[in-house]
Design a protein around this ligand. Structure first.
Ligand code: SF4
Ligand code: ZN
Length: 276
């Protein structure tokens, strides 16, 4: 099967299996200019889904401007609407400022800020679902980490569809059945520039170690990662029997967003008060 057909087939399977969204729904793709989000946006457009992209400018020197240019060129060529939002203008913070406050946890802090910006943007602009370019290995690594803790509330989040809930938009990961190498091949088949530079603030050391463990097991048990993740997906509904922790949401004292604490994580991050 040609790589584009293969990826489209796998995405269609994921959308159908998890009832992620329909062709009538308004879909937002979080675009970074990297291979994963570009392949996702290109595939959904080709499968005739109603998509728009959003790019978050995090103010990363040497990276954000290049990623933005690649995203703009891509969306122009394939005629996909693109909106650019800046973390500085929306949340009054840039990635260098986040990294200065949290040098050891840059990615976690950055992830929280990005999730809030994307959620707010999607809700404000009446999207039905937010999609991200997480592939099978990303998801397997996340599951592996959550599995080690046996925290059922986190395990529940290891599925590729999180339904809308209170102030949170539905989130879907249509690349969940696609291997990273397949995505790479797909993105190369588009014959356009793809962002390949690594973020200087990345602290994904732990994730890389988990990925190395899974890759190592694969040497003894080929297809281990895929089977591990897919077997989980075949049985994840057993998690529904576990009650969510009794988390009551209240408005954040600083920004009004719903949170389980007095002040939401993003406000704590911005003040440098976030602890884990
Ligand atoms: Fe943010 Fe980490 Fe991604 Fe850099 S690598 S943009 S710090 S999540
Ligand atoms: Zn807040």
């Amino acid at each position: 099967m040609k790589i584009q057909n293969l990826i489209h087939h796998k995405i269609s399977n994921a959308i159908k299996k998890f009832q992620m969204f329909s062709r009538q729904e308004k879909i937002l793709v979080a675009l970074s200019g990297g291979k994963d989000s570009i392949s996702l946006a290109h595939s959904l457009k080709n499968l005739n889904y109603k998509i728009e992209c959003v790019f978050i400018d995090l103010g990363i020197p040497g990276i954000s401007a290049k990623s933005l240019k690649i995203s703009q060129d891509f969306t122009k060529i394939f005629q996909i609407p693109l909106t650019i939002v800046s973390s500085k203008s929306i949340e009054a913070i840039t990635m260098p400022e986040i990294a200065e406050k949290y040098p050891e946890r840059s990615c976690a802090a950055c992830g929280s800020i990005k999730r809030k910006i994307l959620n707010d943007f999607a809700l404000k602009n009446s999207f039905d679902v937010l999609t991200t370019g997480h592939h099978l290995e990303d998801e397997a690594v996340g599951l592996f980490a959550n599995n080690l803790r046996w925290d059922f509330s986190y395990l529940k989040k290891s599925v590729p569809l999180l339904k809308e809930k209170e102030a949170f938009i539905k989130r879907a990961k249509p690349l969940c059945f696609c291997h990273e190498e397949e995505i790479r091949e797909y993105s190369q088949s588009l014959n356009i520039e793809i962002m390949g530079d690594t973020c200087p603030y990345s602290d994904e050391g732990t994730r890389k170690k988990y990925r190395a463990v899974l890759d190592c097991i694969e040497k003894f048990f080929p297809r281990f990662t895929e089977e591990y993740y897919k077997n989980f997906l075949n049985h994840y509904e057993f998690l529904n029997q576990f009650e969510e922790k009794n988390l009551k949401l209240n408005p954040c004292e600083e920004c009004g967003d719903l949170t389980v604490s007095k002040v939401c994580r993003v406000c704590l991050i911005k003040k440098g008060l976030w602890k884990r």
